[in-house]
Design a protein around this ligand. Structure first.
Ligand code: ITT
Length: 189
């Protein structure tokens, strides 16, 4: 495990407690404690989640321990990839129900993407990507999770993420997959 992670702590800089819960749950069994660096990082007007994650990582304070950030987005194919990098804005304005209404009934396929940005003790940034294919439900369903979870049905399932347990969502989700890549990196380093 990498030098910072081996010391057992990473600070995750995000405004979103739902993300913290999922990342903590996943990294705890590795002996990695996740501290919440609660803040709203500036997001640039950018075309890709990778660019946004890179920009977020540049804003976090230098530290001996590892620093983690994440940018995620929901790309609806029937809406030409919208809301994508504008997902946070659309969640605030239209909400999950509004996005479900906006999605063309015959073109509900979508992909959720997450890019984790990590800077370890050596200062070098690393990025880990995860994707979950699925469809947009016609109406919000379920009370678990956060954000767009009530309207996202992962491929091969009938339930939305919000109708699943934390562990079920983690197995199928964009964040779960990005965390798998991160975990491999921590084990290799
Ligand atoms: P940060 O402080 O980490 O930026 P955020 O909530 O603003 O937190 P993002 O910009 O990365 O997060 O995410 C864009 C939107 O997508 C935001 O409204 C999230 O609530 C939502 N979102 C991200 N991951 C999600 C997930 O796993 N399930 C449902 N909605 C999610």
């Amino acid at each position: 495990m990498g030098s910072s992670a081996r010391r057992g702590a990473i600070t995750f800089y995000t405004s979103n407690p739902g993300k913290v819960r999922e990342v903590r749950h996943r990294l705890a069994p590795l002996g990695v404690a996740v501290r919440w660096g609660r803040r709203t990082l500036t997001e640039p007007q950018a075309d890709s989640l990778e660019e946004v994650a890179r920009f977020k990582l540049q804003q976090v304070p230098p530290a001996r321990d590892g620093a983690l950030v994440e940018d995620a987005g929901l790309f609806v194919r029937g809406l030409a990839g919208f809301p994508g990098v504008y997902s946070a804005y659309v969640l605030r304005t239209l909400g999950p129900a509004g996005l479900a209404r906006l999605t063309p009934p015959a073109h509900r396929s979508a992909v959720f993407r997450a890019v984790l940005g990590y800077r370890g003790g050596n200062g070098r940034p690393r990025f880990f990507v995860g994707e979950a294919e699925g469809t947009i439900a016609q109406h919000p369903r379920g009370t678990g999770g956060f954000g767009f979870d009530p309207v996202f049905i992962p491929r091969g399932e009938e339930r939305t993420f919000a109708e699943m347990t934390l562990m079920e969502k983690e197995r199928l989700s964009h964040r779960g997959k990005a965390l798998t890549a991160f975990e491999h990196f921590l084990r290799r380093a």
